[in-house]
Design a protein around this ligand. Structure first.
Ligand code: SAM
Ligand code: SF4
Length: 333
């Protein structure tokens, strides 16, 4: 496949990874992600599956080799599997990996279709194995659906990585158990610091748990050795001798990782955000719906490379407004 000009930003970072949100809607209401009465976008503002597919092709043409579908909850978008299949046809023809991040509630239904479309690995978010805490955190009683979904994914041959947001006073004590469970069941697990994105009902700082503190606890319990493993994302990895598994740490607050950034995010309405923590954006929906979509999408991608900032400036402070008003459910994880 011939590739047009690759996407390289002003800091000489090659952009090879797209996180594409297919919906901002979700069947959970995780309290660190969104308020209970979340206002979702009007459906007319959201890109059609055809438009999302066109965008994916435009990115692949510019040298993007990895696409992660996300949301909101990607598996609640009607007919999303058609999009997965359509993008999956580019695997081996420019695209090296197609994956998704899901909360797992619908996975039992979709695992085989995902595998059939060429997906090999997925990330499933799981913050607790305690049913009552799951319901408190996500405001929905769905833990068993998620666990069945993870089992179905494994049976379909998908590699499942777990993503766990570390939350002080909530799942803090359970983290070593989650790590043990993950490794005993053949999953990698990545811990994430909560980020100040979008208003939620409480104060995020009340549950902000720096991963430096979590790592101290894990170090006291097990032998953690830094690993050379890289996933193309921002995590740093450690091997744990006793469990025989690997753990990733995503530390946007305690350890900035922007120098190696290789990705951009596109919302379900086609706004390309050049940085998760910044406001810099270009409007791909306007470009797609213009008279000269190909030229205008290409020009918008060039503009995105010009404006991508060097780094984010997250801070988490009591009483302060979020770093960005948009929720993580808009840009996806
Ligand atoms: N609904 C899917 C899920 O939960 O996996 C995909 C979208 S969700 C926004 C992606 C990831 O972002 C999840 O792992 C979630 O835990 C994480 N997340 C959501 N809000 C966050 C926040 N404010 N700080 C850190 N991680 C967050
Ligand atoms: Fe939904 Fe994912 Fe946000 Fe939870 S973290 S509310 S599952 S989008």
């Amino acid at each position: 496949m011939s590739c047009s000009t690759p996407l390289v930003d002003a800091f000489n970072r090659r952009i090879s990874y797209l996180r594409l949100s297919v919906t901002d809607r979700c069947d959970l209401r995780c309290s660190y992600c969104m308020p209970e009465q979340m206002q979702f976008l009007p459906r007319k503002d959201v890109l059609s599956l055809e438009e999302l597919h066109k965008l994916a092709l435009a990115f692949i043409d510019r040298g993007v080799t990895k696409i992660r579908l996300t949301g909101g909850e990607p598996l609640v978008r009607r007919d999303v599997i058609e999009l997965v299949r359509a993008i999956g046809r580019k695997l081996g023809d420019g695209l090296e990996e197609l994956t998704l991040t899901t909360n797992g509630t619908q996975l039992e239904k979709f695992a085989e279709d995902l595998a059939g479309a060429g997906v090999r690995r997925i990330n499933v978010s799981l913050d607790t194995m305690d049913g009552a805490l799951f319901e408190e955190l996500s405001r929905r009683d769905r833990l068993n659906d998620v666990l069945r979904g993870i089992a179905a994914a494994r049976e379909a041959g998908l590699k499942v990585k777990l993503n766990t947001v570390a939350l002080k006073g909530l799942n803090e004590e359970e983290i070593p158990f989650l790590v043990e469970w993950a490794h005993a069941n053949g999953h990698e697990i990545t811990l994430i610091e909560v980020m100040p994105l979008g208003e939620v009902d409480g104060e995020r700082i009340d549950h902000y748990l720096p991963l430096t503190a979590v790592k101290d606890v894990l170090d006291a319990r097990w032998m953690l050795t830094p690993s050379d493993h890289r996933s193309g994302g921002p995590a740093r990895y450690f091997d744990i001798a006793e469990t025989g598994g690997r753990i990733g740490l995503i530390t946007p607050l305690t350890n900035n990782f922007c120098a190696g950034c290789n990705r951009v995010r596109v919302t379900a309405t086609g706004q390309l955000y050049a940085c998760l923590g910044g406001a810099e954006q270009v409007d791909l929906r306007a470009a797609l719906r213009s008279d000269a979509p190909d030229a205008n999408v290409a020009a918008a991608l060039d503009e995105a490379m010009r404006i991508k900032p060097e780094r984010h400036h997250f801070q988490i402070e009591r009483g302060a407004a979020p770093a960005q008003p948009r929720h993580m459910s808009l840009t996806g994880g």
